[in-house]
Design a protein around this ligand. Structure first.
Ligand code: HEM
Length: 391
């Protein structure tokens, strides 16, 4: 395999020679039990079809409006009350866990029209969410097998982690299918309320395929924004001058009559980009060569070799690399609303010993190892206690 941080090579594999660098058999076999033919695990015409239908959906005004409503409701009815009671009771929260729950509720509501109610103050063990977490973790652990034969034998014998994976995937798919059935019914009764119903109404009725599509979307929307936000709050705490500028921007924008978070809030946008440069939610991305090739730097690639670009390393060299993500606008909208919603009212203070640096953990998506323990402090109360005017 080739691992690269060279931007000409990344341009080559993602753009000019895209047709050669596919997801390929290795990735497809490893993730197939979980992702099936969903967009993250598809090549060729199947990928193109999903990409076209979805990118059309992602660009509609109605999705944007729906997304704003979903995110705002989740912030005001769930996130803020939890932070506010943590502030009042001076409890320590695992902020990464809170943000994962937040993102999971949002993406399920958007993809499915289903509310798993995972972000509640009781921090419930929602069955679907736990099964999804297990399926993601065990599927990505397959990549750590010395050779694929090891997990394949365990799967054939239905033992250990493979048995757990089969159960988790079974639960996720069962659950997804139930919801898809409900939505189909909804469609029959002529109320195409959700993204999924719309997708079904464009003529795709094979339940297995629709389940695959939905699972990839949940995976995409679940851990990515929460990982970015966890690191963001950690970095903001260590950079008070940045926090001050962010607060100025929030104040300025909330006073302006026209408020478009995706285009406005330039400083918050840049702070989120800088967070993701240092701690990319997708730390590596693997392609497989469908034919022999030579990379721009002369490296010879044989058919079947894996070529991996490494955003974590790229964020530490001086040239910038391209990003291709369907959910980019959706992700920024969610993240900016969380940043503004949280920081305008609270300070997020890591509850760790001084000098302790969190550890970056790279899986399919990245995480902060062990989560981020924080205390939540109401700004007004905080400034009164510290004897300043509210900042
Ligand atoms: C901070 C948040 C996010 C980051 C860093 C991120 C990163 C990425 C990356 C690196 C890829 C390329 C993967 C590849 O080459 O196979 C990608 C693809 C994709 N992302 Fe995101 N993503 C984020 C949020 C989201 C959200 C919220 C969604 C919404 C569901 C989403 C949906 C997708 C989809 C559907 C693709 C597949 C595109 C394709 O294969 O053509 N992403 N994302």
């Amino acid at each position: 395999m080739v691992v690269t941080a060279n931007s000409s090579t990344v341009q080559h594999i993602l753009k000019s020679h895209f047709h050669i660098y596919q997801k390929g058999d290795f990735l497809r076999t490893t993730l197939f039990d979980f992702l099936g033919d969903g967009i993250f695990n598809a090549d060729g015409d199947n990928w193109k079809f999903q990409r076209q239908v979805s990118s059309h959906e992602f660009n509609t005004k109605s999705l944007r409006k729906f997304l704003e409503n979903v995110v705002d409701t989740e912030i005001s009815e769930r996130l803020i009350p939890i932070l506010s009671s943590a502030a009042a009771n001076q409890t320590v929260l695992n902020f990464q866990d809170i943000l994962e729950r937040f993102a999971f509720d949002n993406i399920c509501k958007i993809a499915f029209g289903y509310d798993p109610a995972y972000l509640l103050s009781s921090l419930p063990e929602a069955k679907f969410a736990v099964a999804f977490e297990d399926a993601t973790r065990i599927s990505s652990q397959r990549f750590n097998s010395p050779v694929p034969l090891v997990w394949k034998i365990k799967r054939a014998l239905n033992i250990g982690s493979e048995r757990k994976l089969r159960e988790a995937v079974g639960e996720v798919r069962e659950f997804a299918k139930e919801i898809i059935k409900e939505k189909k019914q909804e469609l029959k009764e002529n109320h195409p309320l959700t993204r999924l119903s719309r997708f079904l109404s464009s003529g795709h009725s094979d339940e297995n395929f629709v389940t695959d599509i939905v699972i990839s979307f949940i995976l995409a929307g679940r851990d990515s924004t929460s990982a970015a936000l966890t690191w963001f709050f950690w970095l903001v705490f260590g950079n008070p001058e940045v926090e001050k500028k962010i607060l100025e921007e929030i104040k300025e924008k909330s006073e302006s009559p026209v408020n478009d978070e995706v285009k406005d809030m330039i400083y918050i946008h840049a702070s989120l980009c800088e967070t993701m440069r240092l701690y990319p939610p997708v730390p590596t991305d693997t392609k497989e060569a469908a034919e022999d090739d030579v990379l721009p730097d002369g490296t010879v690639v044989r058919k079947g070799m894996r070529v991996i670009y490494h955003p974590y390393a790229m964020g530490r060299v001086e040239e910038a690399g391209p990003r291709i993500c369907l959910g980019k606008e959706m992700a920024f909208l969610q993240m900016k609303r969380v940043v503004a919603g949280v920081l305008r009212r609270f300070r997020v203070v890591p509850a760790m010993e001084e000098g302790v640096e969190p550890v970056f953990m790279a899986c399919l998506t990245s995480k902060m190892k062990g989560g981020l323990p924080v205390r939540i402090v109401e700004r007004l109360q905080d400034s009164v206690q510290r004897g300043h005017t509210p900042n």
